[in-house]
Write a new protein. Structure first.
Length: 319
């Protein structure tokens, strides 16, 4: 199979038939063999029934229905698990991603041998203050942190080699950072392509301003995991040593000043009345706790097992 198109969705009933017809037309005109994988992330508007109707007419359609809304990352993870195409294309279901981009994205993966090509919506039709400006700030921070020189990390339209999606773990809300996950997994050939962005035709966006706050928190998380995910003791142990060293110096200072006062005959105050005592005590306790955090992190890392992050209520054509 040439191409798998993975489409996560939530309450996009109105756009599904038009999107399907558009994708099918592009595939047929380019003589691609393909599958379209719809992942219904807990829709309540009848989206799943529409997917079932489309599947009855087109056997290239596969579907997964979640019991409830688990999030876009979990939907992509489920789609990646069952995708068989040599090239995987992801896009949103709201018709803002243009299926006409698929042939060129396919060519970049197969002929130019890129591992991942991310779409760049250079000209956007979103609200300037609600999405454009926060998105620019978000992408700037992602570039600085990850070292990847991409303009639009969060664009839903991306193309991947099959081995990329099979070797990355998209969890939590990390769908924003799939290029970073791919880079951390060892895939080097990552680039971007300017793609057409279209105004939303039906419904309204499912994302608010809070997604950018969550995005920055996730950025910190993925930076930490990429740097110290396999060696948490290197971070917590180093901080623990630093704090313990500060505490040791503070305790040494208390001891030296007390000896000097005894030598000079100056009345010495109680140790507990010296503020350096509390500095020493606090930093040593914090240092010990950081060491324990590092040990616990190492233990968890070595004993963790896979967890199911979503529940599926129904499927289509997965045999």
């Amino acid at each position: 199979m040439n191409i798998s198109v993975v489409i996560p969705l939530l309450n996009e009933k109105e756009s599904l038939k038009e999107l399907h017809d558009w994708i099918a037309k592009v595939m047929q005109s380019n003589h691609f063999s393909y599958e379209i994988i719809f992942i219904d992330d807990g829709s309540t508007d009848g989206s799943w029934e529409t997917i079932q109707e489309l599947s009855a007419k087109n056997q290239n359609i596969k579907g997964i229905k979640f019991l409830k809304n688990f999030g876009k990352s979990q939907a992509l993870h489920a789609g990646f698990e069952i995708a068989y195409g040599d090239v995987i294309i992801t896009m949103d279901a709201d018709l803002q991603d243009n299926p006409e981009e698929i042939p060129e994205l396919y060519s970049l993966i197969t002929k130019d041998d890129y591992d991942l090509v991310s779409g760049w919506k250079k000209k956007r039709y979103d609200s300037i203050f609600a999405k454009n400006l926060p998105s620019k700030l978000f992408n700037w921070a992602a570039r600085r942190t990850s070292g990847l020189k991409l303009h639009d990390f969060n664009c839903g339209l991306k193309a991947y080699k099959n081995q990329v999606v099979k070797n990355i773990d998209v969890y939590g809300e990390m769908h924003r950072y799939i290029p970073v996950l791919a880079k951390n997994a060892g895939f080097k050939k990552i680039d971007e392509k300017i793609v057409k962005h279209q105004a939303r035709k039906y419904g309204k966006t499912k994302f608010g301003m809070e997604r950018f706050i969550n995005g920055f928190l996730d950025l910190i998380t993925i930076w930490f995991i990429s740097k110290f995910g396999k060696r948490p003791m290197h971070l917590f142990g180093a901080l623990g040593v630093l704090m313990f060293f500060v505490g040791f110096l503070a305790a040494g200072y208390i001891g030296v000043t007390k000896l000097i006062k005894l030598y000079d005959g100056t009345p010495a105050i109680l140790v507990t009345q010296n503020p350096w005592f509390y500095i020493s005590l606090t930093t040593m306790v914090i240092g010990t706790q950081l060491f324990l955090a590092g040990f616990l992190g190492e233990i968890i890392l070595r004993t963790k097992t896979g967890n199911t992050r979503y529940k599926i209520s129904d499927t289509l054509n997965l045999n």
